[in-house]
Design a protein around this ligand. Structure first.
Ligand code: SAH
Length: 346
C-alpha cells in the first residue's frame, strides 16, 4: 500500500502545521529547487529529516524515447514499488508542451483496440504519482534548455481510466491548479464513460472545473458494445441525459464537453455510422467531435481508416454543422501515440 508523501511526512514529524505543507508543496513545484536540502523555507532539522526519509520524487525514470521529429518524448517511469508506466510529452500548436499523463498502471476497461487494455489493471496510481508526472517533465525540460520550457496543457490520455481512480485524479488536479500556472481549462480528463463516477462529479462541490472528453467511438449502442466492452445497457441514451445535466449544472462556454472518436477501418467509420453520430450529437449537449485516426497496436488486427474515408466521415459531420477536429498523430515511431501505451513487463 502506497503511503503518500503527506502521510510519510506526518508520520515522521508529527502534527505538521498547514503552512508548512503549503511551503513543502510550493517547493515541490519550484523549478529552482531540486531536493529537500534546497527548501530554505523549512528549518534545517526538518530538511535533514525529509532528505533522509522522504523521496523528493515518487516516480523515477527507467527509459526515455525520443521521436525522430523531436516533438514527442515518451518516458517509461517506475513507482516506488517497481511498477512501470508511461507518460508522454508532446509539442503543441502553441509551441509549448502538452503532457499526457497516466492515472493507473494498466487499465481494467479492455477496449478491444487499445494497447493498455491488454495488460489489465495492476493498480490505480496515487495522487503523488499522478502529479509528479508534471514535475518529472518540468525537470526533464530543464535539462534541455534549447527546447521551449512551458507545459501549457495536461491531458489524462495515458494509461488508465481516470474516472476509475476518481479521488486521486481529483487530488492531483487540485495540486496542479494550486501550485502551477495551469488553469482548469488547460486540463482535460478523458473518460471511457464510467457513468456512476460521472454522476458523482455532477454534485461534487470539490470537482475542479476542468474539461471533460468522452471516448464515444460509436453512437450506435451495439457497435459500441463490441468495441468498448464496458459499455452498459442503454449507454448511448444515458450519456445524452448525463450530458444535459452536466451542461445545466457545470457547463458554460468554456466548459463544453467533447467526444473522442477513434476511427478504425471498417469498424466504426462508415457513412451510415457518421450520420448516426451526427443525429445523436444533436440530442446531447456535446457540440464537438475530435476524431483520432487509429494508431496500430502490435498484435491487433485493427487498422487505421484510409485518408479519403477519414475526410468523408468528417465531412458528413460538418454537413450537420458539427464542429470536428482531427488529432494529429505524434510519436507513432516510439509507440507514444494514443492507445499505444503498453508495457511488456511488470
Ligand atoms: N481511459 C481514457 C483514456 C484513454 S487514452 C478513455 O478511455 O478516454 C485516450 C484516447 O485514446 C481514448 O479515446 C482511447 O479510446 C483512444 N485510443 C486508445 N487506443 C487507441 C489507438 N490505438 N489509436 C487511437 N486512439 C486510441
Amino acid at each position: 500500500m502506497y503511503k503518500s508523501r503527506a502521510e510519510t511526512i506526518t508520520a515522521l514529524l508529527g502534527n505538521v502545521p498547514k503552512f508548512r505543507f503549503d511551503q513543502i508543496n510550493t517547493a515541490l513545484f519550484d523549478t529552482s529547487v531540486s531536493s529537500w536540502q534546497d527548501v530554505t523555507t523549512l528549518p534545517l532539522a526538518m530538511r535533514t529529516t525529509l532528505s533522509d526519509d522522504v523521496p523528493w520524487m515518487s516516480i523515477a525514470l527507467v527509459e526515455m524515447f525520443e521521436s525522430k521529429l523531436e516533438d514527442t518524448y515518451k518516458a517509461v517511469l517506475k513507482t516506488a514499488d517497481d511498477k512501470n508506466f508511461e507518460s508522454v510529452l508532446m509539442a503543441n500548436r502553441k509551441g509549448q508542451w502538452t503532457i499526457c499523463v497516466s492515472s493507473q498502471i494498466g487499465c481494467a476497461m479492455k477496449c478491444t483496440f487499445c494497447a493498455t487494455g491488454t495488460m489489465g489493471l495492476k493498480r490505480s496510481m496515487h495522487s503523488d504519482e499522478i502529479m509528479d508526472q508534471y514535475r518529472f517533465w518540468r525537470e526533464f525540460l530543464q535539462t534541455k534548455p534549447e527546447l521551449p520550457q512551458r507545459i501549457s496543457n495536461i491531458v489524462f490520455m495515458g494509461m488508465g481510466e481516470p474516472m476509475a481512480n476518481y479521488d486521486n485524479v481529483k487530488q492531483a488536479i487540485h495540486m496542479w491548479l494550486k501550485y502551477t500556472d495551469l488553469g482548469p481549462t488547460k486540463i482535460m480528463v478523458s473518460t471511457v464513460g464510467v457513468l456512476t463516477q460521472m454522476e458523482k462529479l455532477l454534485t461534487d462541490p470539490d470537482w475542479p472545473p476542468v474539461r471533460i472528453t468522452i471516448s464515444l467511438h460509436s453512437a450506435n449502442q451495439e457497435r459500441r458494445e463490441e468495441i468498448v466492452p464496458t459499455t452498459v445497457p442503454d449507454f448511448i441514451k444515458k450519456l445524452a441525459v448525463w450530458s444535459h445535466r452536466y451542461q445545466e449544472l457545470l457547463g458554460n462556454r468554456r466548459h463544453h464537453l467533447t467526444f473522442e472518436y477513434t476511427l478504425i477501418s471498417h469498424i466504426n467509420d462508415t457513412p451510415a455510422l457518421a450520420r448516426e453520430l451526427a443525429s445523436y450529437i444533436v440530442k446531447t449537449a456535446v457540440t464537438k467531435v475530435n476524431v483520432i485516426p487509429y494508431n496500430p497496436v502490435f498484435g491487433k488486427t485493427f487498422t487505421r481508416t484510409e485518408r479519403v474515408r477519414i475526410d468523408a466521415f468528417k465531412q458528413i459531420l460538418r454537413d450537420h454543422d458539427i464542429n470536428v477536429t482531427e488529432r494529429k498523430t505524434m510519436g507513432d515511431d516510439i509507440a507514444a501515440a494514443c492507445g499505444q501505451l503498453a508495457l511488456s513487463s511488470s
